[in-house]
Structures are given as structure tokens and as C-alpha cells.
Design a protein around this ligand. Structure first.
Ligand code: PLP
Length: 395
């Protein structure tokens, strides 16, 4: 084959064949981080801290490497980590899981969600996704072959019960729930969770819950795991992560908790997706789970202060927004500024030195009047960003 026909053949290989990847665009959140670096802006787009993780965890990670915990861990997670997780989840989430057969350690909650969906969904099954939603769930549904059915939250982020009831059909296999919620900051109450649990039971549906912000709560809000409600453990996959609670988003350690029959399937998918999560960091995560209760109290206090710094700065700059009940984002309304979300996000990062996420990336359609800012940053970073925002030059 001549050189030019080889090139031609290669082009055909890429252009003539479609793939699942053609059905979604790249992540807007991660793209905003790249733009933020390009324009040397303050990154209030992607939710990761610009402050260090606890010193104990750094030490534990270094020690693990020095102790030669550098080879593959058991595929579904090192035993000591699964045992520590079982203990922690029993105390905090009020659920019992057998570390031998019901816990899978994954590469972040991102992989836990993907492996869970691939484990329980048949192509064509419907999956209920409350909207607005964390950006990944759209592509997750596409990759697993699920048909997403979006159900909305009302303006105050409470559940639109009638819309949710009609979102469940004979084809519904699962619902994806994220509480505390990104991007809205909503924390679902026990009463709302009971409503969701009834829908799941009535329609024989599996709940996949993303509880990555379970410790980041304000104003006395309490985290309730859907799986802890009566009869729900057998039909819930509870997903958690070390990323946010311990400020180690780059470690990529998360987990999925589910009864043995479901875990068996999750483990098979997980094995062939990744083989396993990083072994030395799994060891360090055992140390994370040994931190005292005051660690979690202080984390919430720290984020509460950051929440107020950003909230007040955004209000002064003319954004209309609410204080979130949990997680570390403020979802603002930008109708007053006369630009769409993507125009405004571009403008802010290029001309104003602040990166935020366009609201439309949290909706299957809509969200053009919204922008999401994270406050998972040092106080001085937030104050600096607020100064930039207060001096918007819209002319
Ligand atoms: N789920 C939600 C709701 C998130 O906001 C994020 C990150 O921002 C993730 C999952 C990703 O978490 P992980 O780092 O555990 O993969």
C-alpha cells in the first residue's frame, strides 16, 4: 500500500466509523481548568482544593511507598482499607457492608459510578437523572447504553413530585442521586429520600447514590444515605470517595458499596476497567479513616467560612445566588449580565481572570442563565477572585 493510500485508510478508520464517544462532548468543567491555566486566571471552575491535604496523609502515602506497597493491590481493594471502610460506613452512614463481598475500592467515585452503571444497566434501560446534574452522569449514561430520563428540581431545588413520578416507567432500571448535590448545594432531606425510596420500591429500581460531599454540610444539615432507609440497602449502590473529604482529588481513590449480588458484577467491570486503585494510596486512605471526629467538624467549619466569603463577594458583584446547604459550589443566576453562560464564562476567564463553569453543562438542555463557582480554595484565593468579580468591565 502506498503512503497516500495508507493515510487515506487511516482517515477512513476514524471518520467512517462512529463510536460511543461521538455522542458526547469533552468535559466543560475540565476544559475550564485548561482555559484557566491558559489565561492565568483564578480557577473557581473545577472543584479541587488549592490548599494541602492533611499532613498525616502525606506522611502515610510516602511511608507506604517506602514500605514497598508498590504493586497491584487486590483488585477490589486492599483488605485493610475495605475493613476500615466497613467500620466507618457503619458509624457514619448507618449501613452494614461485608468487606469481603460488598465493598469495591475504585479509581475515584468517577470509576465507581461508571462501573456501577455498566454492572446493572442493559443497553436501552432507562435511568432517571435529576436535573441539574453533575456533568459526568450524561456521558456515563451514554457509555453504559442507558437512556437518561431527566426529572427536574423546582426553583428552590425541592423535588417536583409529579414530574419525578412520571419519570419512572416500565423501562426504568436505575436512578442516579447526588446528595449533597453538585451543582445546587442541595441536601436531600429524609422525607425527600423516603419519597425516592418509595418510587424505587414501586418500580423495582436500583438507586445509585453519589455521596462524595457527605461531610461538607452547613447550617445543621445532616447527611442521610438513601441506602440506610428501610428496605433500600438491597437496591442501592452507595458511592463515596476520598477526593473531597480529605482534599486528595488527585489520588483517585473511591468506593462502591452494595449487596453481594450487585458487588460481584461491579467487581468484574472494575477489574477489566482498571485492575485496581493505586496501592500505596489505598494504604494512606486507611490512615485517613483513622482521623479523629474533630477533623470532619473542622472541615465543615472551614468550608462554611469559604462559602460565606464567596457568597458575599458574588452578591457584591451583582450575582443573584443562594447559600448552598452542602458541597462546595455556588450556583448563580446571571440573567442580569446580558450574556449566555458560555459567553459569560469566556469573558470572565479571558478578561477578568476568574474561571467558572457554564450552567448549561449541568443540564441536558437549558442552564444558559447559570454559572457555577467553587469555593474549595484558600481564603486569599477567594478574596482575590471576589476583587476581580467586583470590578467587572462589561463595557
Ligand atoms: N461526583 C461528584 C458529584 C463530583 O462533584 C465529583 C468531582 O467534582 C466527582 C464525583 C468526581 O469524584 P472523584 O474524584 O472521586 O472521581
Amino acid at each position: 500500500m502506498g503512503a497516500s493510500s495508507a493515510v487515506h485508510a487511516r482517515e477512513d478508520l476514524f471518520s467512517a466509523h462512529s463510536s460511543r464517544a461521538d455522542h458526547f462532548t469533552e468535559s466543560v468543567i475540565r476544559e475550564m481548568t485548561r482555559l484557566s491555566l491558559q489565561y492565568n486566571a483564578i480557577n473557581l471552575a473545577q472543584g479541587f482544593p488549592d490548599f494541602p491535604c492533611p499532613a498525616e496523609l502525606k506522611t502515610a502515602a510516602c511511608e507506604a511507598v517506602h514500605e514497598d506497597i508498590n504493586q497491584y493491590a487486590i483488585t477490589w481493594g486492599a483488605r485493610d482499607l475495605r475493613e476500615a471502610l466497613a467500620q466507618r460506613v457503619k458509624e457514619y452512614n448507618r449501613m452494614d457492608f461485608n468487606p469481603e463481598s460488598e465493598i469495591t475500592v475504585t479509581c475515584g467515585s468517577t470509576e465507581a459510578m461508571m462501573a456501577s452503571m455498566l454492572a446493572v444497566i442493559q443497553p436501552g434501560d432507562e435511568v432517571v437523572v435529576p436535573e441539574p446534574f453533575y456533568e459526568n452522569y450524561g456521558p456515563d449514561a451514554q457509555i453504559s447504553g442507558a437512556v437518561p430520563r431527566f426529572v427536574s428540581l423546582l426553583d428552590d431545588f425541592s423535588i417536583d413530585e409529579e414530574a419525578w413520578k412520571s419519570g419512572f416507567t416500565k423501562k426504568t432500571r436505575a436512578i442516579i442521586l447526588n446528595t449533597p448535590n453538585n451543582p445546587t448545594g442541595k441536601v436531600f432531606s429524609k422525607k425527600e429520600l423516603a419519597f425516592i425510596a418509595d418510587l424505587c420500591a414501586d418500580h423495582n429500581v436500583i438507586a445509585i447514590t453519589d455521596e462524595i460531599y457527605e461531610h461538607i454540610l452547613y447550617d445543621g444539615n445532616k447527611h442521610v444515605s438513601l441506602g440506610s432507609l428501610d428496605g433500600m440497602q438491597e437496591r442501592t449502590i452507595t458511592i463515596g470517595s476520598f477526593s473531597k473529604t480529605y482534599s486528595v482529588t488527585g489520588w483517585r481513590v473511591g468506593y462502591a458499596l452494595a449487596i453481594a449480588g450487585i458487588t460481584e458484577r461491579i467487581r468484574k467491570i472494575h477489574d477489566f476497567l482498571t485492575v485496581g486503585a493505586p496501592a500505596p494510596l489505598q494504604r494512606a486512605c486507611v490512615n485517613a479513616l483513622m482521623l479523629p471526629e474533630t477533623y470532619y467538624r473542622d472541615l465543615a467549619i472551614e468550608y462554611d467560612r469559604k462559602r460565606k466569603i464567596l457568597f458575599e463577594g458574588l452578591r457584591r458583584a451583582g450575582f443573584s445566588c443562594q447559600l448552598p446547604e452542602g458541597a462546595y459550589y455556588i450556583f448563580t443566576d446571571i440573567s442580569e449580565f446580558g450574556m449566555t453562560d458560555t459567553e459569560f464564562a469566556r469573558f470572565l476567564v479571558e478578561k477578568n481572570g476568574v474561571a467558572a463553569v457554564p450552567g448549561s453543562s449541568f443540564y441536558h438542555s437549558g442552564g444558559q442563565t447559570k454559572l457555577r463557582f467553587t469555593f474549595s480554595k484558600k481564603d486569599e484565593t477567594l478574596r482575590e477572585a471576589c476583587r476581580h468579580l467586583e470590578h467587572l468591565d462589561l463595557s
